[in-house]
Design a protein around this ligand. Structure first.
Ligand code: AOS
Ligand code: ZN
Ligand code: ZN
Ligand code: ZN
Length: 399
């Protein structure tokens, strides 16, 4: 093939990949968050579901790749039932749809010693009630995924029965699964520690996979990239989950130390590239339903800017992974031509795809540079002004 021909086919691969790549953004990524040491309030942060939909809609308008927004039951849908009419109106107004439904099993005082793994049958019942409400919310809104993150665990050896808690979780999640309908899925997330520091009830992908397989066919595993010990080979976990048809989706974020929730690819973009490569190497049928979601918390960075950066970075890394000549790579792997295989792999990673992504954006009628467009539009200044004003009047009306 001529040099031009080769470039052409790379461009085709990239455009085709970008046309189908979508990543969900979390409503909580637009809200004020911080660490246990303090919260630095940003005037532009969203404080209501209306503002979160507005911000998510703006990110989607800029990137064309984030048409759904993850909702958090307690924070976005208080009282346990969705105001479907109101949410439908917001979806229409801002051009983004509701995405995964995220129950909250970690904030209520009742959950001090656990939610679905709590030794008290009473508390487990409360947790199940909340999960069933979440299933209902998902059904009412017509969304597919329910993302379950369980913060349960213990802080000191000997203080809880690790094994009995497994059975309790199986029971509750089994009952939740039984309540789901055909088009719904249960995504089970794992995390090694925090807030529990000795044992966490769903600590790794083995435990999440067991629960998913135990509770039923509509349950899958959710991989949050920040929820691994340093050095964990996450792409290998992804390859295994794909192999056993149990990969439900991702919470993307980056980390340097623990569950830092930094913007995707900010510390180790090569890892995201390697994850995408495993997905793109798997049979299409196994990867169709994968939910790509962002789970980040922007403490110091502007929320809108951070979200646009993340979506754009995801697109660029997906494009780079899509470029790999997988047929050629397979030959090199089979013949154990190690250096050539590695160089072929690295060549895609080191290719600056930004001009090609830019051309794709222009061809699709999207802003060529979403971050610049965000700046030029004055959106952040405007919401900062409006929301600061509104917060001031809210405060003074309390006085
Ligand atoms: C917590 O560490 C998990 O990443 C959760 O997925 C997520 O941050 C939470 O569900 C948001 O409510
Ligand atoms: Zn997560
Ligand atoms: Zn995380
Ligand atoms: Zn997390």
């Amino acid at each position: 093939m001529t040099k031009n021909g080769a470039t052409q086919s790379k461009q085709d691969k990239i455009w085709e990949a970008l046309d189908r790549f979508r990543i969900e953004i979390p409503s909580w990524g637009f809200a004020n968050t911080g660490t246990r040491f303090g919260k630095f309030v940003q005037h532009a942060a969203a404080t209501s579901i209306e503002e979160k939909f507005a911000d998510a809609g703006e990110v989607n308008r800029l990137t064309g790749a984030s048409p759904t927004v993850a909702l958090h039951v307690l924070w976005d849908v208080p009282n346990g039932t969705a105001d479907v009419e109101k949410i439908r109106a917001l979806e229409k107004q801002h051009g983004v749809k509701s995405g995964s439904i995220n129950p909250n099993l970690f904030q209520s005082q009742e959950y001090k010693f656990g939610s679905i793994a709590n030794p008290s049958a009473e508390v487990r019942k409360v947790a199940l009630g909340h999960l069933l409400e979440s299933v209902e919310i998902g059904r009412a809104l017509g969304t597919r995924d329910l993302s379950i993150w369980v913060s349960d665990g213990s802080n000191y050896p000997g203080t809880q029965s690790i094994s009995r808690r497994i059975g309790w979780m199986e029971e509750v999640l089994g009952a939740m699964h039984a309540a789901t309908s055909e088009g719904q899925r249960l995504l089970i997330e794992y995390k090694p520690f925090e807030p529990a520091f000795y044992h966490t009830d769903i600590a790794d992908w083995g435990m999440a996979l067991h629960l998913a397989q135990k509770v039923g066919p509509r349950a899958k595993v959710l991989v949050d990239t920040g929820h691994h010990y340093p050095g964990t080979n996450i792409e290998q976990i992804v390859a295994w989950l794909l192999y056993v048809d149990a990969l439900g989706g991702f919470h993307f974020n980056d980390r340097k130390y623990a569950d830092d929730d930094l913007t995707l690819g900010s510390i180790d973009p090569y890892q995201v590239f390697r994850i995408f490569h495993e997905i793109l190497s798997a049979p299409a049928a196994a990867t169709e339903g994968i939910a790509y979601m962002i789970d980040q918390s922007h403490n110091l960075k502007g929320k809108m800017e951070a979200m646009v950066q993340s979506v754009v970075t995801a697109q660029e890394l997906f494009a780079r992974a899509a470029m790999i000549d997988r047929e050629a790579l397979t030959v090199l792997q089979d013949e154990c031509r190690l250096i050539e295989a590695e160089e072929l792999f690295r060549d895609s990673f080191w290719t600056d795809v930004r001009p090609m992504v830019r051309a794709w954006r222009e061809a699709r009628g999207l802003p060529a540079d979403p971050l610049q467009q965000l700046r030029d539009s004055g959106y952040v200044d405007r919401i900062a002004r409006e929301r600061a004003q509104r917060n001031r009047s809210a405060v003074s009306s309390y006085a």
